[in-house]
Every structure is written in C-alpha cells, then in structure tokens.
Design a protein around this ligand. Structure first.
Ligand SMILES: [Ca+2]
Ligand SMILES: [Ca+2]
Length: 319
C-alpha cells in the first residue's frame, strides 16, 4: 500500500542491534531503535506493534512526559530532511486517532539523532512520525523483515488536534523512533527527572519555593495565648512555646498544625498546661514569666523554617 519510493535514501539492512540499555531509572524508553532505511511520500505513520525480539513497548505504558526522542536513519539525501515525532490517542472509532502532541520539526543527520522535547502523554498513546524534504511530505521508516513490526498509515500530515483514520496497517515496517518518558507526579507537563526541579508542586518548575514564617504578635488571655502569624507560601505550620517555671521546671505549650495561606493572618492558640496556670496563680501581678514561642513552617520538600518571639505572662495572684 505504501509507495516505497526510496528516493535519495538508500535501502539498507535493518538493525535492532544498536539500542543500548538505559541505566535503571524511573524513566521509561519506548518505541523502536530500528534504522530508517526507506521512505514514502505524502504519508504519516504510527507504530502499532513491535515484533518479538524488541523489549520496548510500542505504546505508552503509563502517563508522563516525553522529554527526549531519538531517530535513527541510515543516510540523508542531499536536500535537508526533517522529521517530527507525533503522539496519537485512539478515539474509540476503529482505526481513528487524534494527534495529541508533536515535537518541533527536527533536521536529521546520518546515524542516531537525539532531541529534547516536552510532550505530555497518557497510557495507551501511540508514537508516530512524519517528515519533510524539499518542502514535501517525506516520511522515513524502517523495513525490518520482522512481521511483528507493524505501522498504521495516515494520508498526508495530520497535525495536533486533528482526528485522522489510518488507511491501512502493514507488517515488516517500523517507525525509527524511541521516546523517553519521565514521570510527571504533579501533572504540570514537565518531566519530573530533567525538566521539573519541583515535582511536588504543579505551580513551580524551578526550585521549590521556600517558605518564610513571620510570627507577628501574641494576644494574651486568661488560660491561653493566641499567636498571629503569616507565611510567604502555603505551608503547614506548628507553633510551640516554653515557659521556665523556676527550680528547673518547664511548661511546654503546643498548637495544632494548620495550613497557612499566604497573605492571610492565621491564629494559633496555645493553651496553658495546668502547672503553668498554677504557677501564674502563685505569682503577684507585678511578677511575670517569660514565654518563648517558635513557629515552624514546612515547605513542599520538607525544609523547615522558623520564627521566634518572646512575651511575658503576668502573675495572677489575687492577693
Ligand atoms: Ca512535573
Ligand atoms: Ca512542578
């Protein structure tokens, strides 16, 4: 079905041997490292299956972001040849797919070409490609002699967002593309291993924002104090206090953990334990105890910042 116009690309033996195993990592490599050795005009292809002997999955096993792709080609014709990685998602209709992502068009050199990209993918997405040479659609693929290698063929060049149906499927053909898929735990569309320095937050791709906590003031009540504080980013905050009661004794106070929203003053209540209440009742109103307060905020990656303040608690003896 494909017009295998070899054009300027000289047919050659196919090879699966050049794929080097990746070091163990959470990233996954899919696709086929075969060497593109022929081409066809006016078509876009997608890989539907890899034959036995290729350990890589032909389709996307789990959601993530394609951060890198390779394209292997035996020889480049004199006119500049570019190829584009495309990702396809089945629509549910037989043979029909939507183009859900594309790399930029990449100029090829003879041999193994490697490119960075950023294409979010879902489990079950397919890889495909199309190309251009001298302004015309020229798509390079591999003749592999392996009947289990299969591609679907689209007429023309459907682009991102377009829905297209394959006009047929053929064996012993493959797409000379591998894709590295990194996890994207925060679902921000940036691969968590090489593109996202803060995989804990979808709002940050650079270093995770640090949190500054500012304990501003204390409201004193009879059996408790209320600490007012702010933070520079949303973070869980805990407030603790200590009071020296004299004779080596200490009273410890603690708040519940609250998530503080930046730009909003939050209130943390520290209730007095019995021994502090008792000690205050023993002291005259001219006497006082020092309360040391520490507010601790924990950022997205577990870094803790603190702010401290001191205040005095007056004696409450009635006499
Ligand atoms: Ca991410
Ligand atoms: Ca992020």
């Amino acid at each position: 079905m494909i017009n295998r116009g070899l054009g300027a690309i000289v047919g050659c033996i196919s090879a699966l041997a050049l794929f080097a195993a990746q070091p163990a990592a959470a990233a996954t490599v899919i696709g086929n490292p075969c060497i593109g050795n022929t081409s066809a005009p006016d078509v876009t292809i997608l890989s539907t299956a890899n034959g036995p002997g290729n350990p890589l999955s032909a389709t996307v096993p789990s959601a993530g972001v394609i951060t890198r792709w390779t394209f292997n080609v035996v020889e480049i014709p004199p006119n500049v040849l570019s190829q584009t990685l495309k990702t396809f998602r089945p629509t549910g209709a037989p043979g029909q797919f939507q183009v859900v992502g594309e790399s930029s068009s990449a100029s090829m050199v003879t041999g193994l070409n490697t490119f960075g990209t950023r294409i979010p993918v879902q489990a079950g997405d397919y890889l495909g490609s199309s190309g251009t040479a001298a302004g015309k659609i020229v798509t390079v693929f591999c003749e592999t002699t392996n009947p289990g290698d299969r591609v679907g063929v689209f007429p023309g060049n459907p682009t991102t967002g377009a829905t297209a149906a394959i006009i047929g499927e053929e064996g012993e053909l493959q797409n000379p593309i591998t894709a590295t898929i990194e996890p994207d735990a925060d679902n921000d569309g940036f691969g968590d291993e090489t593109q996202d320095k803060c995989p804990q937050s979808a709002v940050a791709q650079g270093d995770c924002p640090t949190v500054t906590v500012d304990a501003a003031s204390v409201i004193k009540r009879k059996g408790s104090v209320v600490v007012l504080l702010t933070t520079t980013a949303s973070a869980p905050v805990k407030v603790a206090g200590t009071v020296n009661l004299g004779k080596g004794k200490k009273a410890k106070l603690g708040s519940k953990v609250q998530t503080v929203t930046p730009g909003k003053v939050s209130r943390f209540t520290l209730k007095f334990p019995k021994k502090l209440k008792k000690r205050l009742e023993e002291l005259t109103r001219k006497q006082s105890l020092q309360l040391r307060v520490t507010a601790s905020a924990t950022d997205l990656i577990g870094r803790v910042t603190t702010d401290k303040l001191k205040t005095r608690l007056k004696g409450q003896a009635s006499g």
